[in-house]
Write a protein that binds this ligand. Structure first.
Ligand SMILES: C[S@@+](CC[C@H](N)C(=O)[O-])C[C@H]1O[C@@H](n2cnc3c(N)ncnc32)[C@H](O)[C@@H]1O
Length: 219
């Protein structure tokens, strides 16, 4: 496996698997989540989508309603087990264990990619490598969408520190009371545009109060 994400991140999400979807219960975010549950399936209608870091398949279940097929992958079996229980017709989605930095043959036949709440966990120094590997694995003209959080005081977990490279971190608690320090970046619109410029044409950023959605077509 590529040593691009900290093992701590993988461990944290393995332990959080059964409580992960509580994040989608936050009352103040419901209107925007409802909008995204409609927006993403429309965006990927008819496409063959590679989804990286799919987690429990929360977004997969909606995208699969309109996509021709979703190949969804994650590094953690614990979340994939939950994803496989989602009420998605078998022909519409498959789930596989794979590193987002190296999805290998999973990209075959895909003409779109989606990553939900993954960009924010990628170290700034690893972003270019991740984006380049994805761009080279998909055909020109593929549609790519990245969804992630904006930092909102009072709703987001506070940032606990910033490292020398500018990555930010949060200290998160699990229901067990166990705490984990998790890398979580909140890129600006300019940083997003700059990062995808080598690979994107027609990049378009949609920002709501709690989320950002970056949509672009691969050169
Ligand atoms: C914030 S969750 C997002 C889950 C899902 N995309 C969603 O939006 O609900 C991040 C996911 O990244 C996964 N992950 C961590 N390191 C990974 C890696 N190197 N490759 C693929 N997935 C990874 C974790 O297991 C976790 O499911």
């Amino acid at each position: 496996m590529a040593g691009s994400v900290t093992p701590q991140l993988e461990t944290y999400y393995a332990k959080r698997a059964s409580e992960y979807e509580r994040i989608y219960d936050k009352a103040e975010r419901q209107d925007e989540l409802a909008w995204l549950r409609g927006r993403l399936p429309r965006l990927f209608a008819g496409r063959r989508v590679l989804e990286v870091a799919c987690g429990t398949g929360y977004w997969t279940q909606f995208i699969a309603q309109r996509a021709a097929h979703v190949t969804a992958c994650d590094i953690n079996e614990a979340v994939l087990e939950i994803a496989r229980e989602k009420p998605i017709p078998k022909r519409r989605a498959t789930f596989a264990k794979a590193d987002a930095f190296n999805p290998g043959g999973l990209c075959e036949g895909c003409d779109a990619a989606f990553a939900g709440f993954w960009w924010s966990h990628v170290r700034k120094s690893d972003l270019a490598r991740w984006l380049a590997s994805m761009a080279k694995s998909l055909p020109s003209g593929s549609l790519v969408a990245m969804l992630d959080n904006r930092y909102v005081e009072g709703s987001s977990t506070p940032i606990s520190r910033r490292d020398a490279e500018g990555n930010t971190y949060q200290v998160r608690s699990l229901l067990s009371g166990e705490t984990h320090e998790v890398l979580k970046n909140f890129p600006t619109a300019a940083e997003l545009a700059e990062a995808v410029r080598p690979h994107a044409r027609e990049a378009h950023l949609e920002e709501t109060q709690y989320y950002w959605l970056l949509v672009f077509t691969l050169k």
